[in-house]
Ligand binder design. Structure first.
Ligand code: KG4
Ligand code: ZN
Length: 366
């Protein structure tokens, strides 16, 4: 396996490292999640209440339904996270919560629960960027598993329902955004194309399943390379699928769903893998990380692992989609860096990742 690994035992033997346990709270979209993570890597508990079944009838996330489900789910989810870790709130060292980006009404629920808990337990409150949390999902591990350490500089690809971002990661908390999608996010494209093909929400897993027996070369869908930039675009691809569906319907043909799904999936994979590997070469990266909901896609994972000559770190599928273990992990590193937030901490639904970055030491960006 490609990657750099250190055993948990080796880490716990390192006497210089005190133990800090962070409770993570996440509600940026439609998952209500709480988790406890030790020293930014060891998962003591990881509870996720998925609302997918509530939103499936709308074919996407219905924001008000999401907020109200968070209100109902959080007490049970947090209680369960503490119970599974065999800890009391008094035993944690800090409370990390997603401030943004995300749905405003969903973020508000998580941030308010975190503030209430921090207030009564007198623990530090740490507001976390959701995409920075996805980046740190690669360093998480269960007990008796190896801990993964990234080699810097790394190239990071974040592909989720709301974001497609390519970054140069110079150090643990130092990112330089290189490019992003100009229109639909990769996950959003999966969800919209699934809807076109009458496949159920969430679209990513549905397209993956339908593609299994499809021919990825059946339809020559366009790849938007946007040469000279590190940006992405998926709306033209979505429109090309729509045009093909309409054409087939006009001729009265039954839709070759599996071939359409596989050809669409292949077009997304070609661009995501192609541009990431080009960036890795250009910025002399020593490793690559791929995170976010779309990184759960099996064909995408296999393509990265087979095409890259560098170590590629991709979390297990259950840590690719939204969870609070990654929130707790980044909360730990921000806690060590001295971050403490006050009661005036607000949600930031459109928080840009570049606001976290410092100036780059790399000469000749772009
Ligand atoms: O990171 P995430 O859980 O939530 C956001 O922060 O957006 O990502 C959700 C997205 C959805 O668009 C979903 O369709 C996509 O990740 N996704 C997948 C797969 N599993 C989830 N896309 C492709 N293949 C999958 N297996
Ligand atoms: Zn996410």
């Amino acid at each position: 396996m490609k990657g750099i690994f250190v055993t948990q035992e080796a880490l716990s033997r390192s006497k210089s490292q005190p133990t800090y346990r962070i409770l993570g709270i996440e509600s940026s979209c439609d998952e209500t999640a709480a988790a406890i993570v030790e020293n930014g890597s060891l998962i003591l508990s990881n509870v996720v209440a998925s609302q997918a079944a509530y939103h499936a009838q709308f074919g996407g996330v219905f924001p008000e339904v999401a907020s109200r489900q968070h209100v109902l789910n959080f007490p049970l989810v947090i209680e369960q996270a503490l119970k599974e870790a065999h800890l009391d709130i008094a035993d944690v060292d800090g409370i990390a919560v997603t401030r943004g980006p995300g749905l405003p009404g969903s973020l508000v629920v998580g941030v308010n629960f975190a503030k209430g808990l921090a207030l009564v337990s007198e623990k530090p409150l740490i507001g976390v960027h959701h995409l920075e949390a996805h980046i740190h999902s690669v360093g998480l591990s269960e007990r008796n598993e190896e801990t993964k350490e990234l080699l810097y500089p790394a190239i990071g690809l974040i592909v989720s329902g709301g974001h497609t971002e390519l970054l140069l990661i110079e150090d643990r908390l130092q990112y330089v955004p290189l490019g992003a999608t100009l229109d639909d996010a990769a996950g959003e494209a999966f969800d919209k194309v699934a809807r076109l093909l009458s496949l159920p929400y969430p679209g990513g897993p549905s397209i993956q399943a339908a593609s299994r027996n499809g021919d990825p070369n059946a339809f020559a869908f366009p790849r938007a390379w946007l040469e000279g930039t590190w940006n992405f675009s998926f709306s033209g691809l979505k429109t090309a699928v729509l045009r093909e569906v309409k054409k087939l319907e006009r001729y009265g043909s039954s839709l070759p769903i599996e071939d359409l799904a596989a050809s669409f999936q292949q077009a997304v994979i070609d661009v995501l893998v192609g541009k990431t590997l080009m960036a890795a070469e250009k910025f002399m990266a020593r490793s690559i990380l791929v995170v976010g909901g779309v990184s759960a896609n099996r064909a995408l994972r296999e393509t990265f692992l087979s095409k890259s000559g560098l170590p590629v770190l991709i979390p297990p599928a259950y840590l690719c989609t939204d969870n609070a273990a990654m929130t707790a992990a980044v909360g730990y590193f921000r806690y060590l860096a001295g971050q403490r937030d006050g009661w005036d901490m607000d949600v930031l639904p459109n928080w840009p990742l570049h606001s976290l970055s410092k100036s780059s030491s790399f000469k000749g960006l772009q």
